[in-house]
Every structure is written in C-alpha cells, then in structure tokens.
Design a protein around this ligand. Sequence first.
Ligand code: SAM
Length: 238
Amino acid sequence: MLEIILKDRTTGRNIIWANAEHGKQEITADDVKLIRPRWQKLREHQRQRTKDRAEIFTPPEVCRIQNELIDADERDWQAYVDARFLEITCGEAPYLVSRYNAVTGKAIALPERVGLLDRKLRVVGMQTKTLLDWTTWAIRAVKSVYGYEFQGDNLFLARRNVFETFKDYYAEKFYRKPPEDILHEVAEVISWNLFQMDGLTGSPPFAESPNLFGGVYCRIRDWSTGKTFEFIELERGG
Ligand SMILES: C[S@@+](CC[C@H](N)C(=O)[O-])C[C@H]1O[C@@H](n2cnc3c(N)ncnc32)[C@H](O)[C@@H]1O
C-alpha cells in the first residue's frame, strides 16, 4: 500500500521531499519512518518551515466553522457525497480529515471530527445498510476530495490521514479492518487526488512548466468520467 501512497501520478515516480534538506530527492518507503507531523517537529524546524513555505496549520475549531460555511448544499445524500472539494496548499489536510488537531497533535474521536470527508463518511454511515453499499459510497466520498501541497512530507501525511480515516470509519461500522482489495482501491484514489504541485506554476515542485524545452503540468483525474487532465485547465475555466 505504501508504494501506491508514495506515487506521483504526474511524474510516474515517487513524490519528492521538496524541502530545504532534501530538495528533489524522492521519498522512499524507508524514508517514511523519518516523517513527523508538524506538531512533533522541533520548534526551530517549525519556525524555519513557516519562513520558507508559510507553513502554519489550522486548528479544528476553525476548520469546523469554515467547513460548515462551505459544505455542499445538496438535498439528496448521494449528490452530497459526490460534491467535489479541493483543499489548496493542504499541508496535512485538516480541512478534509481531522484525526488529530494539526496544531497540538491531540487525537480527535470519530464523532467530533470536522473534515469535509469526515462529514461525508458520517452521511454514508447513516444512509447505507449493506457492506457493499457502504463501501461503494465511501469510496465515492474519497474520490470527491482533492488537495495539493508543495512539501512532500506534508503531502505524505495528508495522504496517510485520508487513508487512515477511511479505515477508521470502516472499523466503526464493521468492527474490522477493510480487506486488501478495498484498501488498494482507496490508496489508488488517494495517490491521484492528493497531489504534489507548486500552486504558483501548476507543475511539480522545482519542475519547469511546459515550454520550448519540455516541462510538465500536474495531472488530475475526474472520477466521474475516468479522464485525466491538467489541473491548470480548471483555472482556465475548463
Ligand atoms: C498556511 S499552511 C496551510 C496548511 C493547511 N491547509 C492548513 O490549513 O492547516 C500552507 C501550506 O502551503 C504549502 N505551500 C507553500 N507554498 C506552496 C506552493 N507554492 N504551492 C503549494 N503549496 C505550498 C506549505 O508547505 C504549507 O503546508
């Protein structure tokens, strides 16, 4: 699963660190044990990251208020689950999922979670009865949430937070871990939907945007059509 979760769907390689220490180096499965969430990083390191990349995380109280303001206004629950959201510069993705307070690290119990995906998975839990139905709609919920981030360790944590959130709600409903094939599918979706991009260029960090000499824009997937396209097309009104 880790291999999939480290994949970059634009470059076909692994996501890269994209920080001061490791630059364009890819993150390997072995590196993952070195990754700490921001709340566990040394104060000096936190300060440096704030200076380098404006890294400041949002506490769940604020995510809750803002998510209530923007939450999808759909009458039927299926349309609600499918409504798409993107957390720009997502850090560890606290607007999508809130397994812990991103500022203090305090764990948050399932009923108190405030992320947009948390809200959707609660609706799926209430509206479905069979395992098959739950799984179908829970995966659709994961397909509906997107995020991008520059720094590879944050992106990895965002991906892992979404993955673990899916497992948390599955365990709450069915009292066990999801089977491998389901986890595989979820990991696959996550590797597309949470992507590594420099929001200022639309390209992977430190990569050239397309020009005479090559370069690339980040690709994302629309799960309703199965098509992939350049993220930048969205900004151009596509
Ligand atoms: C203020 S934090 C917000 C993180 C998260 N959305 C939250 O609310 O807790 C900004 C995030 O943007 C990322 N970032 C900085 N410059 C970026 C860029 N050019 N493109 C994409 N992400 C960037 C940083 O790494 C950091 O994680």
